[in-house]
Design a protein around this ligand. Sequence first.
Ligand code: DNO
Ligand code: MN
Length: 371
Amino acid sequence: MKMVFRWFGAGNDTVSLEQIRQIPGVEGIVWALHDVPAGEEWPMEKILEVKRAADAAGLHIKVVESVNIHEDIKLGLPSRDRWIANYKRTIEKLAQVGVEVICYNYMPVFDWLRTDLGRLMDDGSTALFYEAARVRDIDPAELVREIESDSTLTMPGWEPERLKALSSLFEAYRGVTEDDLFEHAKYFLDEIIPVAEQHGIRMAIHPDDPPWPIFGLPRIITSQDNLRRFLALHDSPANGVTLCSGSLGANPANDIPAMVREFADRIPFCHIRNVRVYDNGDFIETSHRTQDGTVDIAGIVQAYHDVGFTGYARPDHGRHLWAEQVRPGYGLYDRAMGIMYLWGLWDALERQRGPLARGLAGAAGHAEPPL
Ligand code: DNO
Ligand code: MN
């Protein structure tokens, strides 16, 4: 397991590269060009800016999250070919700077969705919260009217450029079924996976969050069966999954350790986080500790260890602690503690196989005390 940490970029993230490199065992950042609209080709100059900053901090840039897909691709419109051509060129450029994994998602219109960005928990921390009834009861037409008339209803994870055309997007998805989404995914994968293979890149689809349809829009990256179907659309090691325990874990029917075992050789990257799911379908993001939520984090780490996982892992969303001012869901402290919990589980499992290599004294380059 190789540990990485999400960084939203200079001027766009309250967490600095210097802070990230102080978290034990973190070797690289998970990054993206967040100001490039979905579908556009990524400019090399901006890619190199991130590379230079990461190099200077001693962190690698091997994992990208996300290169977003244009809606026309998911909708299967004739214009998709233009966006796919851009996507291929971005893959080529990322390979040139040493990227190995590209995470992306396949959710129509919206990325992750919550109803409350700062739900107060019993211990005084705040976390992202999803109120099932609130999402279920919103009529899409009403939602569009509210958002387009600059309402107070703000839901996170929505890209501004997609929001602009919201009503026409809802219109475009009318009648698009799950089977259609699979068919359009196949067209996309048949085009890009050969390019990824040729350049040594592994594509890694992120599950839908939450893993069920919202506002009448279909969602397909939701379950073990659907992941199996997605991976079979184009059977190649380059067609992989970013197995996110928190996204899939919002549906308690999802057995995530079983997915780790089944898809092991198709998981180049994973997100590990916990959520607590309530009987009414609401859920809240908790600490990474197994006992704090309803996702079996210890069982998941055990499964990764059993299959000999050598891919990249990152903690996912974290609570906001100790009055930190950070972007919603991306608390530094909780994610750093999450990493230490994951290492704790991992090292205990390693220890069962034999003594752990011990750090400072033995490690190359650390024979002398720091100056
Ligand atoms: C949720 C997060 C997501 C994820 C994107 C991937 O679990 O990890 O925001 O980054 O959906 O494209
Ligand atoms: Mn995730």
